[in-house]
Ligand binder design. Structure first.
Ligand SMILES: Cc1cc2nc3c(=O)[nH]c(=O)nc-3n(C[C@H](O)[C@H](O)[C@H](O)COP(=O)(O)OP(=O)(O)OC[C@H]3O[C@@H](n4cnc5c(N)ncnc54)[C@H](O)[C@@H]3O)c2cc1C
Length: 392
């Protein structure tokens, strides 16, 4: 490893420097492994440790919990740098830092923060967020996983599906319901009563160790309840998905930017009809549209990041807008990048076919595009009614 980019997590460096270093690190160590992660379905453990060593897994956590204290804008940029290089690797941030870490930071007790956040930051424990089930996706409140109280512990039973990183997870943030239909969240250590089956044959996110997970009467100590009982949805899931969505919004910018760079490089070297293809107006139009769309998506992400930094309530809807738009842009630009590559765009010797597959997933995870549209429309119908509010 390049010693220049090795730093002690305990020593905070400027946010700009963290991003500059992350770019160098991603170029040198993450991108070269992206194709292998995709082909083998396995994330490099050495790479995970190197990422943890640089503090990226606790990027937004306070220093007292081994964090880098990045503000939301810089955290977004970190997602872009890592997500450009490898989408499966970026999932470590989306799940560990955003979905789980931010939920613990917001709703955990002091003891829970002290225990779990440094473990996440150091990658001593990799977490997975277990909400979705075979019969409950968008309608997440329809989960059937159950819990019951038994003395000083809870017992969890249920079947989760599509759980990113579950294949290598050391613990799970599990959402379950009791007989009174209260939804609660629990931090559950991996143990023999948990069955994990990796889902092979996925179109994308192949290196993210996505798995089905069965909890067979898993006993969890009462101190592992996260947030108040019955607040698993209104507090934990809402916080987790809001942060997850923000990470995914930047993941869209990342894939689109990576695809743009690939299409520009290809257009500058590929010749047809005795000319470099970038000289054809139709190809130039694709490049121009891609840049314009990416700039717009990045601007929305930055706006959401600024509002998050100010802790503005509007940040939630702006994050949704950013995620909805940037996942669409990722889909469009990666598809155009395949087109610019012609036949080579359909071949895994070139990265764009992988970027195209990864982009599709962003329109589904952390809330599908349709559900984002629902949320944005509800906001508009409330806020823009009768000229009550004008657009800035
Ligand atoms: C790669 C990947 C990683 C994932 N990682 C995780 C994870 O780590 N943890 C986790 O808990 N889950 C995870 N998921 C699950 C993901 O959150 C769900 O796939 C997603 O919420 C959609 O649920 P579903 O697949 O059941 O689709 P469904 O909810 O069945 O939706 C099917 C279709 O119906 C549409 N639809 C549904 N309801 C409405 C409505 N009210 N109005 C309009 N349209 C509607 C949807 O938009 C979609 O087009 C992952 C999924 C994928 C693909």
């Amino acid at each position: 490893m390049n010693t220049q980019i090795q730093h002690d997590i305990g020593q905070l460096r400027s946010q700009e420097l963290v991003i500059e270093e992350a770019k160098v690190f991603a170029d040198q160590y993450i991108r070269p492994l992206a194709r292998e992660h995709d082909a083998t379905g396995k994330l490099s453990r050495t790479l995970i440790n190197e990422i943890a060593k640089r503090g990226y897994l606790g990027a937004t956590f306070p220093a007292e919990y081994s964090g880098l204290e990045l503000d939301p804008v810089y955290y977004g940029m970190l997602n872009e740098e890592i997500g450009k290089a490898c989408s499966s690797t970026r999932a470590l941030l989306t799940v560990g830092t955003s979905l789980i870490g931010e939920s613990i930071l917001r709703w955990g007790t002091t003891d829970q923060k002290k225990k779990w956040l440094p473990l996440i930051s150091s990658a001593e424990k990799i977490g997975a967020f277990a909400l979705t089930e075979p019969k409950a996706g968008t309608d997440a409140k329809g989960i059937e996983s159950s819990y019951e109280k038994d003395g000083d512990s809870y017992i969890i039973t249920g079947h989760k599906k599509w759980i990113t990183l579950a294949g290598i997870a050391d613990f799970f943030l599990v959402i379950a319901k009791n007989a009174e239909q209260q939804i609660s969240a629990f931090l559950v250590d991996r143990n023999p009563d948990i069955e994990i089956k990796e889902m092979l044959g996925l179109m994308a996110a192949k290196g993210s160790h996505i798995a089905e997970v069965k909890f067979n009467r898993v006993r969890v100590p009462k101190e592992n309840l996260l947030g108040a009982e019955g607040r698993g949805f209104s507090c934990i899931v809402s916080t987790a998905l809001d942060h997850g969505r923000y990470s995914i919004a930047w993941a869209g910018v990342a894939l689109a930017q990576e695809a743009l760079e690939a299409m520009v490089n290809y257009a500058r070297q590929r010749k047809q009809f005795g000319k470099k293809i970038y000289q054809f107006q139709l190809i130039r139009g694709i490049i121009a549209d891609s840049i314009t769309e990416i700039h717009a998506a990045r601007a929305l992400c930055l706006r959401a990041g600024e509002l998050r930094k100010q802790m503005e309530p509007e940040s939630i809807v702006e994050t949704t807008v950013a995620k909805y738009f940037s996942s669409k842009v990722a889909m469009k630009v990666t598809m155009d990048a395949v087109q610019v590559h012609g036949g080579n765009g359909c071949y895994n010797e070139y990265p764009v076919e992988r970027l195209f597959r990864e982009a599709k997933v962003l329109e589904i995870i952390e809330g599908t595009s349709q559900i984002q549209q629902e949320m944005i429309a509800s906001y508009a119908l409330r806020e823009y009614y009768n000229g009550k509010k004008t657009i800035e």
